[in-house]
Design a protein around this ligand. Structure first.
Ligand code: GDP
Length: 362
């Protein structure tokens, strides 16, 4: 699966967000094949298409796809120098696919701010500096080695060194490497370093209930994020925690009262999915209608591997129906009559929403 680490200064609302996400989440016992750490929540991906498919197929069960969120508490100034449990936290972040950086944009005199005042840009700078320093450390170590290899004429070393030298000035200033516009080739060259500040990042702006509009702090976060090509998700974590406590009926009524059509958490989950460039395809059998997560530009055999590696190894063909066709012609039989049912081979690039059935050799 794919995961997203939640980071931020102490007291900004990380745990509140994480708890709301896990309350909305799936119980660990429903995932028998993966070990789930206590600080990890598996959160279902809200997708109305799944319900539309289920209404046609009427399966025994419906299983959404999901995303993992990891609560990485305790990142403080000095972490890159081992302050607090610095190195451990940085190692935890390194293992995540994307970062959700929670920023406090709410005012509450009862909640102590570690720096004494609510200032999202200063807070972001503290965290980003720690992450940049950790990356800078790796860059400097690598450059020593690469400089030697480059002198010996090693072409790959020369190429990698050039990219590291391009991101180093930004890191020196405490800015994330993602603020340097690297192209796809350059990113690939330094992929194995797993730089923290190159991970796809979103800022979760934790605002007060009435803090979504005319909020200079939120605007400041938006401006900074735009400069880095990062996404901002404004949310009131406290409210989300309250929503997550309610049972389904109360939740619908409460959201309606607030003029919301779904919990704000859904935006966090979708943004995480978007950050990672993920797509969903469906399988739609009478036993189970289910959503599966794949990277964009994934071939049919690779998509099959998400279900089972045997599906990839023995892949013959994928029976394929576009989501819209499945809905319009009310299932497989109707789609076949309409001539919209396709057989696709191993080079087929699966599209978001495809309803697939794999044919494979055992
Ligand atoms: P963490 O240290 O980043 O995990 O922060 P917590 O989630 O533990 O939150 C710290 C304190 O801020 C707690 O007392 C929360 O109840 C409070 N808090 C979190 N989110 C909000 C919010 O949106 N509004 C207000 N007023 N308080 C919040």
């Amino acid at each position: 699966g794919f995961n997203c680490g939640i980071v931020g200064l102490p007291n900004v609302g990380k745990s509140t967000l994480f708890n709301a996400l896990t309350k909305a989440g799936i119980a660990a016992e429903n995932f028998p094949f993966c070990t789930i750490e206590p600080n990890t929540g598996v959160v279902p991906m809200p997708d109305p298409r799944l319900d539309a498919l289920a209404a046609i197929v009427k399966p025994e069960r419906v299983i959404p796809t999901s995303m993992e969120f990891v609560d990485i508490a305790g990142l403080v100034a000095g972490a890159s120098k081992g302050e607090g449990l610095g190195n451990q936290f940085l190692a935890n972040i390194r293992e995540t696919d994307a970062i959700a950086h929670v920023v406090r944009c709410f005012e509450d005199e009862n909640v102590i701010h570690v720096a004494g005042q609510v200032s999202p840009l200063d807070d972001i700078a503290i965290i980003n500096t720690e992450l940049a320093l950790a990356d800078l450390d790796s860059v400097e170590k690598a450059l020593l080695r690469l400089t030697r290899q480059a002198k010996g004429g090693d072409k790959e070393a020369i190429a990698i060194k050039a990219v590291l030298e391009k991101i180093k000035p930004a890191l020196d200033e405490g800015l994330p490497a993602r603020s340097v516009g690297l192209d796809a080739d350059e990113r690939l060259l330094i992929k194995s370093f797993g730089f923290l500040t190159l991970k796809p990042t979103m800022y979760i702006a934790n605002v007060a209930e009435d803090g979504f509009d005319n909020n200079p702090r939120l605007d400041a976060v938006r401006e900074l994020a735009a400069g880095e090509g990062a996404v901002v998700v404004p949310i009131c974590n406290k409210l989300e925690a309250e929503i997550a406590e309610l049972d389904e009926d109360d939740k619908v009524a409460f959201l309606a009262d607030l003029g919301m059509d779904e919990p704000g958490l859904n935006r966090v989950i979708r943004a995480g999915y978007g950050l990672l460039n993920l797509h969903t395809y469906f399988t739609a059998g009478v036993k189970e209608v289910r959503a599966w997560t794949i990277p964009v530009n994934c071939t049919a055999p690779k998509a099959a591997a998400v279900i089972h590696t045997d599906f990839e190894k023995g892949f013959i063909r994928a029976e394929c129906i576009a989501y819209e066709d499945f809905i319009q012609y009310k299932g497989e039989a109707g789609t076949k009559e309409a001539g919209k049912w396709r057989l696709e081979g191993k080079d087929y690039i699966v599209k978001d929403g495809d309803v697939l059935h794999f044919r494979f050799n055992v």
